[in-house]
Design a protein around this ligand. Structure first.
Ligand code: SF4
Length: 316
């Protein structure tokens, strides 16, 4: 299937968003997800346009509210492959409460944050992931706030799959998206996405170490590296608090690496924890066979939803 749309793309030349959209398209194609079985929800910001460029169901939602929309769609129709996308400002500023609440629920879906450290759509103000003291070209003064660590926040919030990709490594990102979608539970991908228009510090050259040449070898010292190349094992293998604690702790330690060395790949993966959908199916036995999306709610223009039990409860 062709997952590209004909919609004119107006991202700036060289924007990392292009690589992310390509990776999503490649992942959907490799998994052979039928177009009518996939939906992409986007927040507000440059990344919000993503849902316009993917030829699957899509909803461009409200600022900071992409997770409630996406979780609702998944719970209404558990057969759908749901991918939510948004910027770091959208997800970790105005949407931070939803981020934490979603982690606690563990609905079976995937959330990508396009992390560039700035509010690009509104001309480059400091976003929640810009490091304290950095002065990008559109800031009059250095950033005065501490930054949020998205990986650490996801781990602390209960996301059961936490990973980081890089917008210019499309192949690795595609593989991470596939792993995230296949994960049973809520998966989070922090995607480092250079914004060449407004973030002149965390640039492509900065990530690849072109500004940091080794005097001995005359080669760049790349900041980005892959956890899998170091023998790092992110998986919770057995259902034991000690094992879970060990894997959470090593992920938190790794999440604090930045500047000289920046890990990418999977930090934490727990397939043993029950997803929200599974907990719901235990509580409502026929939930998965007859989810809300398949239920008749009207006939001849009139609602046939039976709310009498609810009204009985409210009766005084
Ligand atoms: Fe991309 Fe930055 Fe341009 Fe937005 S402002 S489209 S994030 S380069």
């Amino acid at each position: 299937a062709d997952y590209k749309t004909e919609v004119h793309n107006d991202w700036c030349p060289g924007c990392g968003d292009f690589g992310i959209v390509s990776a999503i398209q490649m992942a959907l194609a490799e998994m052979e997800v039928p177009r009518h079985k996939a939906a992409v929800f986007s927040g507000v910001g440059c990344s919000g346009k993503t849902s316009h460029y993917l030829n699957v169901y899509g909803v461009h939602t409200l600022h900071g509210r992409v997770l409630p929309f996406a979780q609702g769609a998944k719970l209404a129709n558990p057969e759908m492959t749901i991918v939510a996308v948004g910027g770091d400002g959208d997800g970790l500023g105005i949407g931070a409460g939803h981020f934490v609440a979603a982690g606690r629920r563990n609905v079976d879906m995937t959330y990508l944050i396009f992390n560039n450290g700035v509010y690009g759509l509104t001309k480059g103000q400091a976003s929640p992931t810009l490091k304290l003291g950095l002065k990008t070209k559109s800031l009059p003064e250095p950033n005065v706030n501490q930054s949020v660590n998205p990986i650490a926040l996801a781990i602390a919030s209960g996301f059961t799959f936490v990973a980081r990709g890089y917008a210019y490594d499309v192949r690795q990102l595609k593989d991470l998206i596939i792993a995230a979608v296949k994960h049973r539970g809520l998966s989070f991908l922090d995607v480092l996405q250079p914004c060449p228009t407004y973030n002149d510090i965390n640039t492509r050259d900065w990530f690849s170490g072109m500004d940091n040449i080794d005097e001995m070898t005359n080669k760049p010292r790349p900041r980005i590296y892959k956890l899998e190349d170091t023998g790092y094992d992110p998986v919770v293998h057995i259902d034991s608090p000690a094992e879970e604690n060990e894997k959470l702790t090593q992920a938190l330690i790794k999440s604090n690496e930045w500047d000289a060395k920046i890990p990418t790949g999977i930090f934490y993966k727990n397939d043993i924890a029950a997803s929200y959908d599974e907990r719901m199916a235990e509580r409502i036995p026929n939930y998965l066979e007859n989810p809300p999306a398949y239920q008749e709610i009207s006939s001849g223009g009139r609602s046939i939803t039976d709310i009498s039990k609810m009204l009985d409860v409210l009766e005084v």
